[in-house]
Design a protein around this ligand. Structure first.
Ligand SMILES: Nc1ncnc2c1ncn2[C@@H]1O[C@H](COP(=O)(O)OP(=O)(O)OP(=O)(O)O)[C@@H](O)[C@H]1O
Length: 327
């Protein structure tokens, strides 16, 4: 979190009321259909399916200098939310705006298994928009951060998943993205790699970037992030300081793991009821004469007043510049 209160100029990512649903073929749904319909569906290539709500109405605003951990049980929508922020998937409803292209670790760097790690360093840098000269300049730093020794000259298909993850991570950081999205990548590294990675993430934050980190290890989020978001079945339970959110989530998950289902359900409900969510609205700028109307602020559930205004006349905008016009 920036030292002083963040302003609209510090916004790096704004996510407004995102909804993602998947239709998944389901044997169970098929079993419930009459035989005739089942056969027709099979013949027409429309197998019976169920709808999974992966993300259900999530909004958030990220600021420069923040590292935001995303925690939640398996299937709670963490990875889907990252993919949406990265622009790799389109939500059914809702909008995402970012002040620069977010880099999702490991995906943007499309590496080739047949090539050596060293060749992939060049390829990855070029794929992420560096010039050949810039890629050359970054080479030593990437190899040093990845720290996979002489294996850097072997084909990537011979790497363990941990080694490949280290190389991807090192490449992603070399391009110094303003907005970096990390999905569990650190879990594959050893302790010293994790330490160096965290150091780089800290540098990024100090350089006014934003990091999103999806992790099952709530402790990592507590130690390494400034803020955290807890998702449950696609909904945002709470959004707040990393230590508070991660601790609440850990206590909930611990009770669940111990079979204390009722207690866990109570903790989840408490967190949800007392939690904080953000209300975001994008309003097209109307020129200098019109006052800018932008709403983005944390508010307690159940009666708090959102900071700023909310408008129903939402319209897609091209970029943050449109939001900032007229401010
Ligand atoms: N491509 C897809 N097709 C169908 N269903 C999907 C797809 N991607 C995700 N889902 C479903 O959406 C829900 C959210 O998945 P997601 O991977 O975002 O959760 P997650 O919190 O990242 O889970 P995990 O912690 O296990 O990685 C899950 O029920 C999952 O099965």
């Amino acid at each position: 979190m920036a030292l002083s209160e963040p302003t609209i100029d510090d916004v790096t990512v704004a996510v407004s009321d995102i909804h993602v649903r998947y239709n998944v073929p389901s044997g169970e749904a098929a079993a419930r259909l009459p035989r005739g319909e089942r056969l027709i569906r099979r013949a027409t290539g429309r197998p019976p399916s169920v709808t999974v709500r992966a993300v259900a109405g999530v909004s958030l605003v990220a600021y420069a200098g923040e590292s935001i951990g995303i925690v939640g049980l398996n299937g709670s929508g963490k990875s889907t939310l990252l993919r949406i922020i990265a622009g790799l998937e389109k939500p059914m409803r809702g909008e995402v705006h970012a002040r620069s292209t977010p880099v999702l670790l490991g995906v943007n760097a499309a590496l080739l298994p047949e090539l050596s790690g060293a060749q992939n360093v060049h390829l990855g840098c070029l794929a992420m928009g560096l010039t050949p000269e810039e890629a050359q300049e970054q080479f030593d730093g990437i190899v040093e951060l990845a720290d996979i020794g002489p294996s850097i000259h072997l084909p990537m298909k011979t790497y363990s998943s941990g080694m490949a993850a280290r190389l991807r991570f090192a490449i992603a950081l070399a391009v110094r993205p303003d907005i970096l999205l990390i999905d569990e990548a650190l879990a594959t590294g050893d302790a010293s790699f994790k330490e160096r990675s965290m150091e780089r993430m800290k540098e990024m934050r100090q350089g006014a970037g934003t990091v999103f980190l999806v992790s099952h290890a709530a402790q990592t989020v507590e130690e390494e992030c400034t803020r955290a978001i807890w998702l449950h079945r696609g909904r945002l339970v709470t959004d707040g300081p990393a230590d508070e959110v991660a601790r609440a989530y850990r206590w909930y998950a611990w009770n669940l793991a111990k079979g204390e289902k009722e207690k866990a359900a109570g903790l989840l409900e408490d967190a949800f009821v007392t939690g904080v969510e953000t209300e975001v609205a994008f309003i097209p700028a109307l020129g200098d004469a019109a006052p800018a109307r932008h709403a983005a602020g944390p508010r307690p559930r159940g009666g708090g007043v959102p900071l700023g205004l909310r408008s129903d006349d939402r319209a897609p905008i091209e970029s943050f510049d449109d939001i900032f016009k007229g401010l």
